[in-house]
Ligand binder design. Structure first.
Ligand SMILES: Cc1cc2nc3c(=O)[nH]c(=O)nc-3n(C[C@H](O)[C@H](O)[C@H](O)COP(=O)(O)O)c2cc1C
Length: 303
């Protein structure tokens, strides 16, 4: 059955665009309207290190940036596909701007929404923020399709920084794995699009997420669950600290640099030690709680 679908997203490298194109490819009989979000002041791509870390405070505090006016052909859609990427465990600045845009919020009201993500591997906290924005606008989140880079956490930090700071989605020094979501996962996301199409046509979108999970569509490594459950609070503290210090005339560059070195230390020195202790002494005794948490984050409900 022909449907009117709105696909809205922002992408720097084009990775998320490719994911969305493949995800939408089964909707051959529907009218798909594509809206690309364009910040008034574009973010650099490739990034330089200073600009990359400088984006942290406002991203974490979800401050909306000015974007070019969003133009929609209709007032109502059968489905909205909202594509976004997490930055610093929060929706990216362009994504936050869209979620706080009054025009878009009106369109979300009463409409079914599916979120599609192209992330490194930490999307849980950002999805909670997105869920809240959708719920407060009256939207109905019926699905979430988060694609991640499946290589180990620390390796993917190195490879993604190589990608973000050079603009090349290539193997660093020819030896590291290719950064980002794998070509295979980008290609295979069309099967989840086909599932959504089927559920939409059968008026059974409420069953989409459940079947997506059954098909192995959501991958949450337990170490990532553990890190994410702690790290966002720390990022919040840093974001507020840097904002306050800067407002009082402090040197923003100094504090951003301080955060950068803190993050490198926390990721490469602290987290492996804490994770080892967690896996040996805590995880074996918290199996049920972990299962509950995984089930919650794989779903679309808001706690
Ligand atoms: C400033 C910045 C911060 C990022 N932080 C995260 C993060 O917290 N978690 C995550 O999974 N990916 C993170 N990423 C990776 C993005 O989510 C995304 O996968 C990547 O930027 C490619 O997206 P694109 O389609 O916009 O090119 C970050 C990227 C940037 C540029």
């Amino acid at each position: 059955m022909a449907k009117n679908i709105l696909v809205i997203h922002y992408s720097q490298s084009g990775q998320l665009t490719e994911i969305l194109q493949n995800f939408c490819s089964p909707f051959t009989d529907s009218t798909i309207e594509w809206v690309k979000v364009e910040p008034l002041t574009p973010f650099p791509f490739p990034w330089n290190s200073a600009a990359f870390f400088n984006a942290m405070p406002e991203t974490v505090l979800e401050k909306p940036i000015p974007v070019k006016p969003l133009l929609f052909e209709r007032d109502q859609y059968d489905l909205i596909i909202f594509g976004y990427q997490p930055w610093f465990l929060s929706p990216s600045l362009p994504a936050s701007a869209v979620l706080q845009d009054e025009k878009f919020r009106k369109i979300m009201n009463g409409t079914k929404i599916v979120t599609v993500l192209g992330s490194r591997n930490m999307w849980i906290n950002s999805q909670e923020a997105v869920k809240k924005q959708i719920a407060s606008a009256g939207g109905k989140l019926v699905g979430n399709v988060p694609l991640i880079d499946k290589t180990s956490n620390l390796i993917s930090v190195i490879t993604i920084l190589h990608w973000m700071l050079t603009g090349q989605k290539t193997k660093k020094w020819g030896i590291f794995p290719k950064p980002g979501v794998s070509d295979e996962d980008i290609e295979n996301v069309s099967q989840f699009g086909a599932l959504l199409k089927e559920k939409l046509n059968d008026n059974q979108t409420d069953r989409f997420q459940e079947e997506l999970v059954e098909k192995g569509g959501i991958n949450i490594p337990i170490s990532i669950l553990f890190i994410e459950s702690r790290a966002k609070k720390l990022f919040m503290i840093w974001a507020n600290l840097i904002t306050k210090k800067t407002a009082k005339g402090g040197n923003r560059k100094f504090w951003i640099n301080f955060f950068k070195y803190y993050l490198i230390f926390a990721l490469f020195i602290v987290s492996p030690i804490v994770l080892m202790i967690y896996h040996i002494f805590v995880r074996p005794f918290t199996g049920r709680q972990i299962k509950r948490e995984l089930a919650y984050y794989r779903g679309t409900q808001l706690r």
